[in-house]
Write a protein that binds this ligand. Structure first.
Ligand code: PGA
Length: 250
């Protein structure tokens, strides 16, 4: 059985003081979570959040990283820096990074390889735009994005990563994919992994849904057999809402 994983993606929100307050408010609300709980916070908040969550069941995540271990890359952070700051997870290839920062599938692949090599667990985001869905490219695209991002990893390593299926048209729009749409496309991603890496990796790899997931729709999405978790943007910024998503089984 795959352990479900609910991760907050705070994006460019919260100062260290606000981040500390949010993390502290969450601790009692999610201490009996039926899943892994991850907070993907801006890097400036790593110290405050890792201090706040020490000894709890909450894990720290970053939202991006560079693939090189060090060097002349102004403004960037390496996998070892994230690890040293207390991160367990790193979100990679989010559609906002692809859209606004020209991140390519190849760059996501370099980052995924560097993350795994360093001992971070990547949460690799894939997903189609509305026009790609309407034109019938969703399955081909998400399979391509996924397999490109994973290129060079062994089946054993693929079993450990997390993939987040995030239809671009559902992110921050309030327009969530239906349970069936989400389940079907997550199934396509798992089938692609099965074809390339075999049964054991496909059975073990956790695949989240993301895009306007909230307390009202989390239960239905999480009951889908292919969906192992959620990557939560807007609804992760309020402790009560995020805690309700974490308790999707209630
Ligand atoms: P949303 O964002 O929940 O606000 O739609 C999800 C994401 O971007 O990961």
């Amino acid at each position: 059985m795959r352990t479900p994983i609910i991760a907050g993606n705070w994006k460019m929100n919260k100062t260290p003081a606000e981040a500390k307050a949010l993390a502290e408010a969450l601790i009692p609300l999610v201490q009996d979570a039926p899943c892994e709980v991850v907070l993907g916070t801006p890097a400036v908040n790593f110290a405050a959040v890792s201090e706040a969550i020490r000894g709890t069941n909450i894990k720290l995540g970053a939202q991006n990283m560079h693939w090189q271990p060090s060097g002349a890359y102004t403004g960037e952070l390496s996998a070892d820096m994230l690890l040293a700051a207390g991160c367990t997870y790193v979100i990679l290839g989010h559609s906002e990074r692809r859209q606004y920062f020209a991140e390519t599938d190849e760059a996501v692949n370099r980052k995924a390889l560097a993350a795994v090599k360093a001992g971070l667990i990547p949460i690799i985001c894939v997903g189609e735009t509305l026009s790609q869905r309407e034109e019938g490219y969703t399955d081909t695209l998400v399979a391509y994005q996924t397999l490109t991002a994973l290129t060079g990893l062994t089946a054993g390593q693929v079993a450990q990563v997390v993939v987040a299926y995030e239809p671009v048209w559902a992110i921050g729009t309030g327009e969530v994919a239906t349970d069936e749409q989400a389940n079907e496309t997550v199934g396509v991603i798992r089938a692609a992994i099965l074809g390339q890496y075999g049964d054991a990796a496909a059975d073990a790899v956790r695949i989240q849904y993301g895009g306007s997931m909230n307390p009202a729709n989390a239960g239905g999405l999480m009951r889908q057999p292919e969906i192992d978790g959620g990557l939560i943007g807007g609804a992760s910024l309020k402790a009560e809402d995020f805690a309700k998503v974490v308790h999707f089984d209630k």
